[in-house]
Design a protein around this ligand. Structure first.
Ligand code: APR
Length: 315
């Protein structure tokens, strides 16, 4: 069947399982590879009974990683450990950095031309880690490496719609910067449909978006971080990548990419997705004073997280 070959690495996890479910339902997917270090045989048997087009294959453990990756067009990575209450995304660094490095070494070897969507946190550091691994392997294509910040956009649309009394599907909120705390910068002056928020509304919405992940971590009380909304956002983003690869015109989403929008080497902003991955990176547009101050704060923190990722691979 025509369509794309997609692998999910970390497919047995809280994000990975609903992600597998939703990708199996995506008509653009012809082959779906589910890889994890545990439990993929059962999940694969389960998902494979769904009467949709994608052929599902399971792979378990490091010795099967290469088979899982060979021939893939898109690789989605939610592998890693999630946050517990009191932890920041940066606290995950030591474990997840090694996992992402290992998986990206596999990608460089087995499917160097694949588009890669990174979900494993801290995304602000794991994307630079992936880039550094690909650079060392000589396979780095900045157009093909994307950190998934879509959940910040999904939350922003929901929270803004709530304040405006609109259907979230009618709302478009650009969210730039990074994917942790103050690095998440919603541009509320650029919301569509255009609207005038009060200062209180701006502070409330901005804080809620920046702390949306923590809201879920605390509500789950030790059972992990966002999984269902994250899987939804990841599939929305993966679908946009696949439509771009198919050649659809005008596919634009926010993503954390190799960028020249600011002086930082990586930054999230709106990007146009096409046959080659990221084909155009949008500029930030006019910012108000509140957003300019937010941008300075975001850049300061982001710069440290990026350097930490690069240093991890170089050490
Ligand atoms: N290779 C593949 N999979 C791995 C590896 C590895 N080296 N190490 C761990 N995993 C798998 C685990 O076996 C588990 O099935 O990753 C999965 C992670 O699932 P959960 O622990 O349920 O975590 P989840 O809530 O899905 O979050 C995963 O995504 O949003 C981020 O912050 C989150 O970094 C975390 C990641």
């Amino acid at each position: 069947a025509p369509g794309f070959k997609v692998a999910i690495l970390g497919a047995a996890g809280g994000i990975g399982q609903p992600l597998a479910l939703l990708m199996k339902m995506n008509p653009l997917v012809s082959v779906l590879h589910l890889y994890d270090i545990v439990n993929t045989p059962g999940i694969t048997a389960d998902v494979s009974h769904m009467d949709t087009g994608a052929v599902v294959r399971g792979f378990v453990g490091q010795p099967q990683l290469e088979d899982a990756l060979t021939g893939m067009d898109l690789v989605i990575i939610p592998a890693g450990v999630p946050r517990k209450p009191g932890m920041t995304r940066d606290d995950l660094f030591n474990i997840n950095a090694g996992i992402v490095k290992n998986l990206c070494e596999g990608i460089a070897k087995c499917c160097p031309k694949a588009t890669v969507n990174i979900i494993s946190n801290p995304v602000n550091s794991t994307v630079p880690i992936a880039a550094e691994v690909f650079k060392r392997a000589g396979t780095y294509d900045p157009k093909r490496l994307l950190g998934v910040t879509m959940l910040d956009v999904v939350r922003a649309n929901t929270f803004v719609a709530e304040v405006l009394g609109l259907d979230p599907r009618e709302v478009d909120v650009p969210v730039v910067g990074g994917h942790a705390g103050v690095t998440i910068l919603p541009l509320l002056s650029q919301v569509k449909p255009s609207c005038n928020f009060t200062k209180e509304e701006i502070e409330y919405i901005t804080n809620r978006i920046q702390n949306g992940g923590t809201e879920v971590v605390e509500a789950k009380a030790g059972a992990g971080s966002a999984t269902l909304s994250m899987a939804y956002a990841a599939v929305k983003f993966a679908d946009a990548c696949l439509r771009g690869l198919r050649g659809d015109a005008g596919v634009v989403e926010c993503a954390f990419v190799d960028s020249q929008v600011t002086e930082l080497p990586f930054f999230a902003s709106k990007v146009r997705l096409g046959r080659n991955g990221v084909e155009e990176i949008h500029q930030l547009g006019p910012l108000n004073e509140y957003e300019r101050a937010g941008l300075e704060k975001a850049k300061k923190e982001l710069s440290g997280s990026i350097e930490k990722g690069v240093a991890f691979v170089r050490k």
